[in-house]
Design a protein around this ligand. Sequence first.
Ligand SMILES: Nc1nc2c(c(=O)[nH]1)N[C@H]1C(S)=C(S)[C@@H](COP(=O)(O)OP(=O)(O)OC[C@H]3O[C@@H](n4cnc5c(=O)[nH]c(N)nc54)[C@H](O)[C@@H]3O)O[C@H]1N2
Ligand SMILES: Nc1nc2c(c(=O)[nH]1)N[C@H]1C(S)=C(S)[C@@H](COP(=O)(O)OP(=O)(O)OC[C@H]3O[C@@H](n4cnc5c(=O)[nH]c(N)nc54)[C@H](O)[C@@H]3O)O[C@H]1N2
Ligand SMILES: [Mo]
Length: 766
Amino acid sequence: MDRLPADDHRAEAQDPDTPFDKHPAGGWGSLRGVARIAGETGLPTVATKVLAKLNKPGGVVCSSCAWAKPAKPNTFEFCENGAKATLWELDRNRAGAEFFAQHSVEDLRGWHDHDLEKSGRLTEPLRYEPALDKYVPVSWGEAFAEIGRELRGMPPEKAVFYASGHAGLEASYLYALFARAMGHQNLPQSSNMCHETTSVNLQNFIGTPVGTCTLEDFEHCDTIFFFGQNTGTNSPRFLHVLKEAVERGCRIVTFNPVRERGLIEFTDPQSPKQMSLGKPTQISEKYYQLRPGGDIAVIAGLMKCVLEAEDAAPGTVLDQDFIAAHTTGFAETQLAVRAADWAEIERHSGLTEAMIREAAEVYLSARNAIGIYGMGMTQHVNGWLNLGMLCNLLMMRGNIGKLGAGISPVRGHSNVQGQRTVGIGEKSLHMPADKLRDLFGIEAPTREGLNAVHACEGILDGSVEAMISLGGNLIRALPDRERMEAAWPSLRLTVHVSTKLNRSHLVPGEVSYILPCLGRTDRDIRVTGPQAVSMEDTFSHIYGSLGVAEPPSEHVRSELAIVAGMAKATLPEDPRLDWDGWTANYDLVRDLIARTFPDDFADFNERLMQPGGFYRGNPARDRVWKTESGKAQFTPPTTLSALGAAPLDEEVMTLITLRSNDQFNTTIYGFSDRLRGLSGAREIVMINRREMRRLGLTEGQKVALVTAIEDGVTRRVEGFAVTPYDLPDGCIAGYYPELNPLVPLAYHEKNSQTPAYKGTPVRIVA
Ligand SMILES: Nc1nc2c(c(=O)[nH]1)N[C@H]1C(S)=C(S)[C@@H](COP(=O)(O)OP(=O)(O)OC[C@H]3O[C@@H](n4cnc5c(=O)[nH]c(N)nc54)[C@H](O)[C@@H]3O)O[C@H]1N2
Ligand SMILES: Nc1nc2c(c(=O)[nH]1)N[C@H]1C(S)=C(S)[C@@H](COP(=O)(O)OP(=O)(O)OC[C@H]3O[C@@H](n4cnc5c(=O)[nH]c(N)nc54)[C@H](O)[C@@H]3O)O[C@H]1N2
Ligand SMILES: [Mo]
């Protein structure tokens, strides 16, 4: 059976041949998904208690995504995937000394990632013994002493301190302080593989590194334009907000190469009526399956339509006052957009002019519009222009800095945005030098540090000697896996602060430690009493979180205590660096954060448990533009494709790497991608039937994929099963992290070095 006609873009239209879940996002399927993990992890009784308090004022902030925690929460303020993440952490299994005595690192390398994490929570500090090829228990004192000795023994700039976006603001602040006190700001973060495109480029365009919206805007918008974010899987609580918006008449238009179930229809599992009647809410009114990298072209088309409408009825369509008072660059941008050719727009986007005109009608009908985006926009070579164009589109009609409008990146990790706010970042602007001097007598390093890609280059060329990881799983998350995995053991020191065993632990440096930490759900009691930690969500709201579960063992320490322990062992003694005092009472650290960043964190301790979090504000929301020109910047499209390289020939396909509904980044909970109607295997390559025929492929055939970039390195993966799926022509899709060996390190976003995980050119080899 053929695909539906390419111009059938009704939200409900679907290639009848694509395996596809019959059920909407949410509904019973999401409840079954949670029950499965509960069975596998041996549901402890505390789980019900944690889940009942999850994302509620005074409760535990979910360790999954960065979506908002509303002041008036639902009965259950968690989603299927948040529940999975929580139960995964509350795992009753333990990977302790006995486990590591039984299994050599070589042996563990043969395990699937899923099984590594399923071995359970880590329970004590471990040191890698090369002679045994095993991790063996050590005391915290020995671990800190050796790590300190190693770090002191190398020039500061040879050490890299990575942070995945989990750890709370308190531990993150101390980590950023530790690095700078040592004399470097090599502070790469998961954001470097994720929304760094946002942080760097939004700063240039509108003078803020983060989005301008808050939850309130979703109560007042007339339309939402959605680009490359998979809500049903990656921020499912957002579906409730979208459902309410649709019910009051908001019109949603989505651009995504994949028909993602959650953006098509949603059944609220908390609505008894909807659950029993089985009538889901239609989320997107229009759904356009554009080609990967086609967003610049699409938005150029939309902008052309806006300009035409203004030409037809001058003074009624553009927000001339806003453009004149608040922006620069409109004249050049307008000219470039007018000059863009519809045939080129159609070629790059894979959509027809008629489709784009139809979408533009929705945009023109709205007084207030929000632009939402995720990794489909950021993980491209020309990601900067994706965002520049989205700002352009919004700003033409004054849709930034007013209620019900704005640009809204959906952040990934629960505290990825907050870690940046408190100083984790490779640039001097991330931590005010005057405060470092006044508070601690530290002279801030002036030399820019290493981001993730630059740190990898340093590992490859030998200039980086130590990699400390505060959470995360770099070996799996990074691009160019084969090259990175081969270079990793040449590191002198690797330290992993982790909750569970993962692949990165199995590539030890010469001296290597695993330091087990408390998770968000765990109780953290110090001499001064129970300690809370805090996070910032995607809307710049800050919340306290108080763990309640019994820690996995008495030896496990908080992330803050581990950071402080390493810092104390590394740095010379100084009364102003009170690592022990801070470890005893996290209020003191919050006071330091408030003194370092007074605009954002005044009265931090008093406001810690405020329902709905406290808002740290955003200048662009108030139409104050902290850009070089003091104005918001229009950006002329200099190209219509977000891809870094035009395909060399017709056999080259654009690869997008995706998350399944059963993973959190490199943590694989299971093998079901329920919302896409797929299950069982992750080594698959999705492709439409027409393209299968063109390339002579059959369903289920095992193929190799080879990167089509000529830089002297062969990048190849084997044994991926051809899986027919409703995708645009010219592109294929598969799962992250299995396909990471195909993405070259140097193939990244232009300004921020965010790897182009959504646009790698590859060949299929039968
Ligand atoms: N359950 C769960 N939740 C998560 C995560 C998880 O792994 N599991 N990860 C967390 C993290 S760290 C992050 S960053 C977020 C990620 O959340 P998302 O931003 O949703 O990231 P992806 O899952 O990578 O999917 C991006 C979407 O972009 C689409 N896409 C690909 N290329 C293009 C393109 O060129 N243009 C457009 N318009 N669309 C495109 C894909 O089809 C896909 O639907 O989720 C967070 N939340
Ligand atoms: N091909 C491809 N690659 C990608 C992406 C993609 O879309 N495609 N997405 C990129 C994105 S958006 C991101 S954010 C990165 C993610 O990269 P990372 O953040 O490095 O990876 P995670 O999988 O989130 O890290 C999982 C590990 O964190 C540890 N952990 C879990 N909870 C805690 C905790 O509370 N504390 C501590 N200390 N450790 C904890 C566990 O040991 C677990 O194994 O991957 C990137 N890589
Ligand atoms: Mo992310």
